[in-house]
Design a protein around this ligand. Structure first.
Ligand SMILES: [Zn+2]
Length: 97
């Protein structure tokens, strides 16, 4: 098992120098492209491609967090600490929109 923090550290080791050189705008563009690829894979129902695209989206999101100096695990738990941030319940009981 790997925590969000461990994954972020792994991505930092693998890609931080390249991510920093690329910058936030280009990294964001890659993330957006991977999100579109994920949606296409979901529409096609190709489970292997879906898994790969989820991995790419998480990787690019994590790269963007690294160059933005954001601790993803801390940010996620600060907002979603086992409760819905809006209704403060688990499971969420907010009305559907
Ligand atoms: Zn809720």
């Amino acid at each position: 098992m790997v925590t969000i923090r461990q994954f972020q550290k792994m991505m930092h080791t693998l890609y931080f120098i390249r991510d920093q050189k690329r910058g936030d705008q280009q990294t964001f563009n890659w993330l957006r492209e991977e999100l579109e690829e994920l949606y296409d894979a979901l529409k096609k129902g190709n489970i292997e491609a879906v898994e790969e695209e989820f991995a790419d989206v998480l990787a690019w999101l994590t790269s963007l967090a690294n160059i933005s100096n954001v601790d993803l695990e801390g940010a996620v738990l600060k907002k979603y600490n086992y409760l819905c941030p809006k209704c403060k319940k688990s499971p969420c009981s907010c009305s559907f929109r």
